[in-house]
Design a protein around this ligand. Structure first.
Ligand code: MLT
Length: 410
């Protein structure tokens, strides 16, 4: 008799964004004449930069010729892309990385989800709350969660609450934890912490031999100086942190898929008997066994992100989305709502009006304005009474969504 991984049975029926898609699908088939504006999932709407498209076309041509054809690529990624990443994302900020510390992948979602494979089952996990559901669900799947309580929290996971009361700056854990997920600029709240705050986390991790899993997928949206683009800007972070980055949100690769993880060689975890083990080697072993690399064509496209033309085009698109963020923020403020984020991130986090839960607000917006957002509660218990809108829509939809929201009576 084949047994199932019963941890999966503990999970809610569907992943947050699948649940939303299901509800929107049902509404849409009952109301086929309604034009729905989707500001729910953080998916981009602007096309890939022209520089990337050209590079991908060239790479397709190379594939058509036996002399330049490529089969399996290096599992870690092609040198041409890794070199560009190190030079532009790290050396330019004074951070030295070795070539074999960077691993190209098909997404930060996959990386932050798969990373649990290399950690022991008894590790204590901490997450900021609200949180990108992948961090929690993958720890449930791999048996680190315990049981779900009435408060919406897993018994073995430590939740570090981020609400307007603490300015969305999580407090350091009051006990030691082994794996700590941080995401800045934050998804879902769109807020950030300063470099000084981030240093406290690095110091905590050093003292407690904690590994920080640092998701920096939204770093391209940072506008303020005192916010780190990489955790390695903080002294000592290479000894305690893995960093996840992505081409999805800066260059529109949500559909084409390309990202990378940095696993420094100074970073270690331990065996039960206290022996130090380099995580870089374990991740390499995991990836080379379970993953066969990102397609050559896509990696050529990602390389073009770092060309002068690519950099200029990306900047333009990011400015476009951040202008949307301003439009949404201004509209919601005019409605008298409390609004957060949207300054260093493409997400706007709002407090739902009195009398509305996250999900009743979701239903109201869908029904009365035909606008889709994401209920804060879907990201964790501290998201109760909050709601997320993304700035990744196109301009006209964003303007229309705001004006529809303004016309609703709450
Ligand atoms: C989100 O909406 O939170 C993001 O699209 C999630 C993701 O990038 O997977």
């Amino acid at each position: 008799m084949a047994l199932v991984n019963e941890n999966y049975l503990k999970l809610k029926g569907s992943y947050l964004f699948s649940e939303i898609a299901k509800r929107v699908g049902a509404f849409s088939s009952e109301n086929p004449d309604k034009k729905i504006i989707r500001l729910g999932i953080g998916d981009v709407t602007q096309p890939l930069p022209d520089a990337c498209i050209k590079a991908m076309h060239n790479a397709v041509d190379e594939m058509s010729n036996a002399k330049t054809f490529r089969g399996y690529g290096p599992e870690r990624g092609y040198d041409f892309l890794i070199d560009k990443i190190i030079e532009n994302d790290y050396l330019a900020r004074g951070i030295q990385l070795d070539f074999d510390e960077v691993f190209i992948s098909d997404g930060a979602k996959s990386d932050t989800g798969n990373i649990v494979d290399i950690f022991g089952g008894d590790n204590i996990v901490a997450v900021t709350d609200p949180v990108y559901p992948v961090y929690v669900d993958t720890n449930v799947m791999s048996g680190r969660s315990g049981t779900m309580g009435d408060d919406g929290k897993w018994s073995d996971i430590l939740y570090l609450s981020c609400t307007k009361e603490n300015n969305f700056v999580p407090k350091l854990p009051d006990k030691r934890v082994d794996m700590l997920y941080l995401c800045f600029p934050n998804n879902p709240t769109g807020t950030t912490i300063t470099k000084e705050e981030l240093k406290k986390w690095v110091d905590y991790a050093k003292e407690n031999r904690t590994v920080i899993l640092y998701d920096a997928a939204y770093e391209a949206y940072i506008t303020e100086d005192n916010v780190a683009h990489s955790i390695y800007e903080i002294e000592g972070a290479k000894e305690v942190a893995i960093e996840f980055r992505s081409f999805s949100k800066n260059a529109g690769f949500t559909g084409t898929r390309c990202a990378f993880a940095v696993v420094p060689k100074q970073l270690h975890a331990y065996t039960q008997s206290g022996e130090k083990v380099q995580l870089n080697g374990l991740w390499n072993r995991r990836q080379s066994t379970k993953f066969n690399g990102v397609p050559y064509i896509i990696q050529r496209g990602a390389e073009a992100v770092y060309s002068d033309e690519g950099k200029a085009q990306i900047k333009e698109t990011i400015n476009y989305y951040m202008e949307n963020a301003k439009i949404i923020t201004a509209g919601l403020k005019e409605m008298g709502l409390s609004v957060f984020g949207g300054v260093n991130a493409p997400y706007i986090w709002l407090k739902t009006p009195d009398g509305y839960t996250s999900w009743s607000f979701f239903d109201k917006l869908l029904k009365d304005a035909n606008v889709v957002g994401t209920p804060g509660e879907g990201f964790g218990p501290s998201g109760k009474g909050y709601f997320r809108l993304t700035a990744f829509g196109n301009r006209q939809n964003t303007i229309d969504a705001v004006s529809r929201l303004k016309s609703i009576k709450f």
